[in-house]
Design a binder for this molecule. Sequence first.
Ligand code: ASP
Ligand code: MG
Length: 460
Amino acid sequence: MRVVMKFGGEALRDENRVLYTANLIKKYKKEETVIVVSAMSGITDKLYELAKNVINMDEAKIREEIELIKRRHEIVIEKCVNDKYKKECKDILKKLVEKLERTLLGISYVGELTPRSLDLVLSFGERLIAPIFSYVLKSLNIDTIHLTGYEAGIITDSNFGRANPIWEITKKLVRENVGKYLGKKIPIITGYIACDEKGRITTLGRGGSDYTATIIGSCLDADEIWLFKDVKGLMTADPKIIPDAKIIRKISYIEAMELAYFGAKILHPKALEPAMERNIPVRIKPLFDPEDEGTLITSECERSKDIVKAIAVKKNVAALNIFGAGMVGLPGIAARIFNALARNNINILMISQGSSETNISLVVEREDVEKAIDAIKSEFKGENVIKNIDCNKNVAILAVVGAGMKGTRGVAARVFSAVAKAGVNVLMISQGSSEVNISFVVEEKDSDIALKALHKEFIC
Ligand code: ASP
Ligand code: MG
């Protein structure tokens, strides 16, 4: 069996977790196994903070922060790596830390952080731990080889911070660079990072190691992809808000993608695409209960008894309402709005247009809202098309997800009457064409109440 297994930051939090995870791999590895790892927990955040602040820090402080990062990794080497590999492993760490230091000092001297240099800084989280973890496994007599995402063959566009694989090249290279080890050594590959065609390091977006695992899995035509997480699986709702939320045992790619997109932070939103393309089952496996089957994601769209499988909430979003009688019957306005936002790298989460055509409503990430308003205003400057843009910064999207929803009469009615009965006002409803999702916007302060009402109505 050929399996790609991904382990995130929690699996590598400290020396104890590293040992736990290494032993887990020893026990569950298959004939052909590939491992993808992300950074130790908190390291990517720390690197991000450093990159952002390094311009205002003095050299001593920068060195001190780097030393702390180094120390966390060194402890793992000391506690988990066999004596005979210690020196080799420490040398690798030392070289990488020096590179990190040069990078940060460079940014600090130049006084400017570009998206490209940010990605370079962020790449160190994975680059530091992957070789160490490889030596930890060697110390357990498992034959491994460590590779960065780009050495594995993932080549992306130059969209730093949110890069996309160039499939043709990636597929060919991954098959060569990783394929040759299958059944011989276990490749330990850094998640999250890749490089563009010019060889510059890119990242796939925060949480991108899941994506790395499915990219590799799809290039290698794996039998399964296992994403180990410190949760029980995908849940019917966020258990922090709904304590009796249940584990979803089986779900389709499309449904799980909707959940990821609308805020179930368990999965990177793009991660399922490559697996879906090749029809490779993805398992969300509980890191601390590896015998448990967790959640299985496949192409099968089973209808659950009550149609609704899960409810996701996306907070920290803002709604824009764009008005103007000048928009009526004028083709291309929506396209121009969307293009203006796309050019500014602003992601639109939800769209709706009233049938009178005098307004278009959009939902964007809250942090993008000012940029979005500016972009739209400047697109239509001097024209008498848009009269006004209203903005509500404190909203949340609720996404009710389940196969066969749109085709079943009465589901929408039940959704909205449950929300109304809970006293929550609905501000906007999406008219998306997805067969598996009804989504709507409420004031953020009402979103937990609405979620509770819906979970009770449909799940338990
Ligand atoms: N280390 C990266 C992050 O924290 C990627 C990942 O965790 O998947 O975003
Ligand atoms: Mg992570």
